[in-house]
Design a protein around this ligand. Structure first.
Ligand SMILES: [Ca+2]
Ligand SMILES: [Ca+2]
Ligand SMILES: [Ca+2]
Length: 431
């Protein structure tokens, strides 16, 4: 019998109203939201309205699970809102491997039946970690760690579509403190990114993969999602802004609207574009930092939220054609984000730190200089909110070696994110 990973699902507050399921007219009442995560057995809070008494049921969606349903049920009674607790009875498999489960909670109230579907992810528990990884190839198996490599039992957002590997960015938590990671689809997939279990089209149908970054470009306190097309397309950067909805409420996934879109390099350049977002000039609005993908020069550019160039420089020898990965955070302590670059495949795993004008501030090799797979980079708060650090992942053909380093290359932590993997490891870190 299949085992189900629903044990680690983020428990959900499903808020029933008289409106049809799926209408997404659930009021954004702060008292009704707030997913909590927990291990198997974590209660799932359901608020149901059934004045004369009814029953709620937790089910796995899909006819094939009929024999296992309902997973649990509980009575609802009384006037007004009632909170009931459903327990999932399945133990999670060790090490992950299962991703999302479509589930539903159904309220039977008199002759009325209302169902609310939701996605359960194999999701974490006590600690959300600060360093996030996704393999450079294969399944989009997102994991979360602390800087020393202790897994926080998290993982696995995504991915309904095919493709190999993916990309990841970490977003400033909002509302719930829920770990906000955005995963971009990898090569061979469908040009989407995933956030809170919902899938959005960045470059619909584009098979080259989607690079992702997040940050608050307009200074309103809410991060935007920035995408860069992977190899094979034009260097198309898109900015998505949240417009409505609440990711904490199933079936009310946040809606995103494109706020800007531009070509970061020559439109004929087809090497892809890597992206990062951070406030490099400390004016309260983050900039978009791009790095040209393989085939181009190691060209880093800085854009404002509308796609206007604010700066640019070459991160490595201009003859280097391996591409340049980018990240940004304030490593030097002057409140302006510094730009971190990682050389793409073909060079050594050379990490460099620049100010926004391209002045080199530091540099080091994150792995053996003889390793020519390149290096993925992230920058942020891997240890705690007071220490800004660089996080590196070995590039393609490398092991899943993650390192946490100061701007000067001093190791603060490190670990192997996966086993038996030699496709490199993409990294993200809490902003
Ligand atoms: Ca914003
Ligand atoms: Ca700025
Ligand atoms: Ca700085």
């Amino acid at each position: 019998m299949r085992r189900f990973a629903i044990g680690l699902l983020a428990a959900l507050f499903v808020f029933f109203t008289a409106t049809p399921a799926g209408a997404c007219s659930i009021p954004l009442d702060p008292l009704s939201i707030g997913p909590v995560a927990g291990a198997s057995g974590t209660p799932i809070q359901v608020r149901a309205y059934c004045p004369n008494g009814g029953q709620v049921f937790l089910r796995l969606a899909g006819a094939q699970y009929a024999s296992q349903n309902p997973i649990d049920s509980a009575p609802v009674s009384g006037d007004g809102l009632t909170t009931v607790t459903l327990y999932n009875k399945y133990a999670p498999p060790l090490g992950g491997g299962r991703y999302m489960f479509e589930m539903e909670v159904t309220l039977v109230c008199g002759s009325g039946v209302v169902s609310v579907p939701f996605l359960a992810t194999e999701q974490s528990t006590d600690s959300f970690g600060r360093v996030y990884t996704v393999p450079g190839d294969g399944q989009v198996n997102v994991r979360a760690f602390d800087a020393a490599g202790a897994a926080s039992r998290s993982v696995n957002f995504y991915s309904r579509v095919g493709g190999r590997g993916g990309t990841i960015a970490a977003m400033t938590p909002f509302e719930s403190g829920y770990p906000n990671t955005v995963t971009g689809s990898g090569p061979g997939a469908d040009g989407t990114f995933s956030w809170f279990g919902a899938v959005y089209g960045a470059y619909p149908g584009f098979p080259g993969g989607v690079n992702v970054a997040t940050g608050d470009l307009d200074g309103d306190g809410v991060d935007e999602i920035v995408t860069g097309a992977g190899p094979g397309g034009g260097p198309h950067v898109r900015v998505f802004r949240r417009t409505a909805g609440n990711p904490s409420i199933p079936d009310c996934y946040p809606r995103l609207a494109e706020a800007a879109g531009f070509m970061a390099y020559d439109t004929l350049f087809a090497g892809g574009v890597n992206v990062a977002v951070a406030d490099v000039d400390n004016d309260g609005k983050a900039e978009i930092i791009t790095g040209a993908g393989a085939g181009g020069r190691p060209h880093v550019r800085v854009f404002d939220e509308r796609g206007r160039v604010k700066g640019e420089f070459m991160a490595y020898d201009p003859a280097f054609r391996g591409g340049v990965n980018v990240a940004a955070a304030d490593l030097m302590g002057d409140d302006s984000a510094d730009i971190v670059t990682g050389a793409g495949p073909g060079g050594g795993p050379h990490v460099r730190v620049f100010d926004r004008k391209g002045k080199a501030l530091a540099g080091f090799y994150a792995y053996a200089p003889s390793f020519i797979g390149g290096v993925f980079v992230a920058a942020g708060h891997a240890i705690d909110a007071s220490v800004t650090s660089i996080v590196t992942g070995a590039g393609p053909r490398g092991g899943p070696h993650v390192r946490v380093l100061t701007a000067l290359g001093t190791e603060l932590g490190g670990f192997y994110a996966y086993q038996n993997l030699s496709a490199g490891v993409r990294v993200a870190v809490a902003p």
